[in-house]
Design a protein around this ligand. Sequence first.
Ligand code: HEM
Length: 436
Amino acid sequence: ITFQRKGLPLGTMGWPFFGETNEFLKLGPNFMKRQTIRYGRIFKSHILGSPTIVSMDPELNRYILLNEAKGLIPGYPKSMLDILGQRNIAAVYGSQHKFLRKSLMSIIGASMVKDRLLPRIDKYMRLHLSNWDAMVIDVQQKCNDMAFLIGFTQIVEAELSSIYDGFKVEFDKLVTGSLSLPINLPGTSYYRGFKGRENVVKILRRLIEKRRAASPATTYDDMLEHLVRDGALNDEEVIDQVITILYSGYETVSTTSMMVVKYLHDNQQALEELREEHFAIRRRKGAGEPVDWADYKSMRFTRAVVLETLRLATVINGLLRKATQDIVLNGFLIPKGWKIYVYTREINYDPILYPEPLKFNPWRWLDKKLESHNHCLLFGGGGRLCPGKELGIATVSTFLHYFVTTYRWEEIGGEKIVEFPRVEAPNGYHIRVLKL
Ligand code: HEM
């Protein structure tokens, strides 16, 4: 039932300008829990520069994601939109969003993973993991490099080695800037983020010109070529699509991979079962034969491990939306322009959906119904359900395939992994690796 209540949800707005950002960042999930106890599962606040309604209500969260057309568009912070570009998919809605999304699906969707992307993931994953024997490695750093390498080779394979290092440095500035406060003064991350974007754009423009000028006989086979030859997008759109793809598949894939290594280390029984699944694949194949789509589809336990990792680590805390007009949700009035934080973290620890929620238990996902459950929002939902879902899972799965069939490892020990606002190991996560 929807009935008009008194207006805004309960809650506190904190200090002028800063609002409650400080408490939110410091207390993290506990701030959310405290406010919920005081004010209910839908409360108002002022965080990250905007008046915001926080929703921890699973039904309402789902409703918001499914009803973008009612005026609930993405509401990511200004710094992110500025630095990711005007034609970034999170900056558009309605027919423009449909148009960009269709183009995106045609290059990163599941059928592309099957035919075109998986062979390249396999090739570069093997290369990346080839020389870890008898080394102490920082898993966080290696997973960061891995996620970027895999994303970048899909986009520009031919020019890879000549531009990789320079491009990554600039792209990392862009990423940091997109998550910073929008203060445009020399020395700030935001300012550096813009410089990073400028340089990224410069490099991409050069590549696009080169591709356009190439004779048809020169064949490239990568996403940039697909985007340029397809002709549906102009150069600005091609550039922002490339940035979108690299950005969205970067921290998500790298954090998930690091946490998988952590959880498998702590849960030897899961590691044994996972190894067995991958050795079974190796036994079916010749030495050095790449992992293909049928192999990927057979990795049932691996998929369960990846989903359990996304859940338990909460790689993504929530999604941001913005009301384009006054809108009534659950009887509350959400004023035009307010942000809505669709906070999904707590769903991950719901003891009814996930009994013993703090336990790493990949077996729970072997019941397929859990993944398609209405409240499983690990990859979002509705019209913005992650288009890179299979690509992301396939990347982490291929990483695991080569990692667990080639190596065993032990922790150096004692290193902290923080879970909020981002999952991160402040001093790295070091392990000693040995060939099996
Ligand atoms: C484990 C890996 C991943 C996770 C957990 C993840 C999660 C998500 C989530 C929750 C959303 C919804 C955002 C929203 O509604 O505001 C999303 C959207 C998106 N993801 Fe992923 N993602 C992953 C990997 C990838 C990869 C590998 C790519 C591309 C290479 C990708 C590309 C995108 C794009 C472009 C969107 C925006 C879609 C739209 O606005 O229509 N993701 N992802």
